[in-house]
Design a protein around this ligand. Sequence first.
Ligand code: NAD
Ligand code: GLY
Length: 359
Amino acid sequence: MRTLYVELGERAYPIYIGRGLLEQGLYTRHLDSAQALIVTNTTLSDLYLDTVRRNLARVQCDVVQLPDGEAYKNLRELEKIFDALVDGHHDRYSTIIALGGGVVGDMAGFAAACYQRGIQFIQLPTTLLAQVDSSVGGKTAVNHPRAKNMIGAFHQPVAVVIDTDVLESLPVREYRAGLAEVIKYGLIRDAEFFDWLEARAPALSERDPEVLREAIYRSCHNKSEVVAGDERERGDRALLNLGHTFGHAIETATGYNSWLHGEAVAAGMVMAADMSVREGRMGAPARDRIVSLFRQLSLPTAPPALCPEEFRSLMGQDKKVERGQMRLVLMDGIGEACVTADFEPQALDATLDAMRSAS
Ligand code: NAD
Ligand code: GLY
């Protein structure tokens, strides 16, 4: 097992990465009292709930099973978590344990942020995307019907336990979507990591466990540094949103049920790269390297066919919009990104047009 720390002073916490960690139950050392609520979904409960629950036999352990899917990441489903906490008389020392991917983690974390004005929670991420991104950093949220992740809070977990064995049951499409967030770290701040990933594309495609564990470690290392430097996204943390303004527009336009988040972000990162080329920030060969890596990993390289007006309007609802002005993460090269409002509207139009014909 390898351990990283998210250095956030009194809110600092460990990220454990290794095999068999759910079985070993080391998350129990982070409980604050004899009460816990496992939040999971109907898919994960068949696979891993018994294993997790076995290690919690000595405490009051309640369970909430949410329906599976992004379409259920909403306020109505969130109430089920509060109902279980109230029905089980959970006090402010209770711990929520999020067993699942990013949807479960974001919802369980948001419930933990709200219940009795904040109780602690532990992340047991089970998708690649959740292991390398959403479980680390304390962003929690649910969707509004017209805007993704619009209702939420910053609330850090007390521990993140990444059992890489659980990825064996992950469907291949979900696995590939997670790779998009891995590549993101190479693109925004770690050119050497991008080279490393590029050289290992076939192994990543084959889910080579050793290569994957190293990729998870390096991703979490990058994420923990970014979060430690800018917990509340006043500056560099926004770079983690590379491709997300485009990606969230895709997810919202398609009703949160046909494009996976990582797929939408992959198409969004290609769009950001294309715009960066049009803005003269980055050379076309860098964009082509990104497209080529995504193709090798069977990730989308263009959005669905949406009309440019709709796309622009959805992009305008992004959380990075400041005083009505859209800000985007663009690239100055592989490993160098910036958040900027300084771009020509025509460059965005040209990218939307070009990508429309590519889709
Ligand atoms: P997800 O949580 O919907 O999980 C994907 C699917 O895989 C689900 O059907 C799930 O039941 C299934 N699954 C999960 N683990 C499995 C396993 N080990 N074996 C078999 N099936 C498994 O999707 P996701 O990609 O993990 O997360 C996407 C969500 O994360 C989005 O809502 C996105 O907004 C959010 N997100 C949050 C942050 C953050 O910083 N908080 C960052 C990135 C993404
Ligand atoms: N996934 C974006 C962030 O954590 O800031």
